[in-house]
Design a protein around this ligand. Structure first.
Ligand SMILES: CC(C)(COP(=O)(O)OP(=O)(O)OC[C@H]1O[C@@H](n2cnc3c(N)ncnc32)[C@H](O)[C@@H]1OP(=O)(O)O)[C@@H](O)C(=O)NCCC(=O)NCCS
Length: 205
């Protein structure tokens, strides 16, 4: 079993500080939604409803469990603290009617110039081409705007949809790990990585 993030290359104090500052300065993550913004404690009820869909929660090990509104409120608070450290962001997406349509969670390891993106769309919006496009835009933004060197993501071993997207865009399957959910249970995960130059070359072609 390997570690996560898999590849760990120290970036030095100056670049680490720049990455932390870039994370702290972010107001929203890129998305294909009508509007996006960072989560606040007011969003706990709506986010709990989104997380309650099996089509959302079966794929994401980092969601609060058990899934109560109080646990989601704590999760939002912990993501705010992560942003203040320059290590994480929780961004919400809304449709034209202003209803929550998805979310993105970014986890950053500034000392290694590495980041992970997790997220989900409301089930009625999945598999229509929006999420893949949003993820591709966000990966480019993570390299160009946050200044990361590496994206290291996990997927559930049976999440074929997302594995297909990683394969098509040049990510490399490094190996398998066990991811621990907040309630201590284990999910079998695949680790997928891509370095900045490989990503940007693939997007230019
Ligand atoms: C992951 C997610 C954001 C992707 O967004 P999406 O809008 O559903 O995906 P897209 O329609 O853009 O499709 C992405 C890729 O999956 C493929 N795909 C779509 N539906 C699929 C399905 N049911 N089975 C297999 N592949 C599928 C698409 O063909 C596309 O591949 P391509 O880029 O090579 O054409 C969205 O499906 C989601 O919220 N899933 C639940 C949570 C989740 O799995 N999160 C990822 C955790 S790492």
């Amino acid at each position: 079993m390997g570690q996560f993030p898999w590849t760990r290359i120290e970036v030095g104090a100056a670049r680490e500080a720049d990455i932390r500052a870039a994370v702290r300065g972010t107001r929203e993550l890129p998305s294909t939604a009508a509007t996006s913004r960072l989560a606040t404690s007011e969003d706990a009820a709506a986010l709990t409803e989104l997380f309650a869909f099996p089509e959302v929660n079966r794929w994401i090990y980092s969601l609060p469990r058990p899934l109560t509104e109080a646990a989601v409120a704590k999760y939002i608070t912990s993501m705010k603290a992560a942003r203040e450290r320059g290590e994480g962001l929780l961004s919400l997406n809304f449709d034209e009617a202003g209803v929550l349509s998805g979310y993105s969670e970014l986890c950053v390891w500034p000392q290694w110039g590495a980041g992970e993106l997790a997220g989900a769309m409301r089930p009625d919006l999945q598999s229509k081409g929006q999420g893949g496009a949003g993820m591709i835009t966000t990966f480019t933004w993570m390299f160009k705007t946050l200044g990361l060197d590496l994206i290291c993501n996990t997927t559930a071993s049976d999440n074929v949809r997302i594995q297909k997207l990683f394969q098509r865009t040049g990510f490399v399957h490094r190996g398998d790990i066990e991811s621990q959910r907040p309630d201590g249970t284990i999910r079998q995960s695949q680790v997928w990585e891509i370095m900045r130059d490989d990503w940007l070359a693939g997007q230019a072609g």
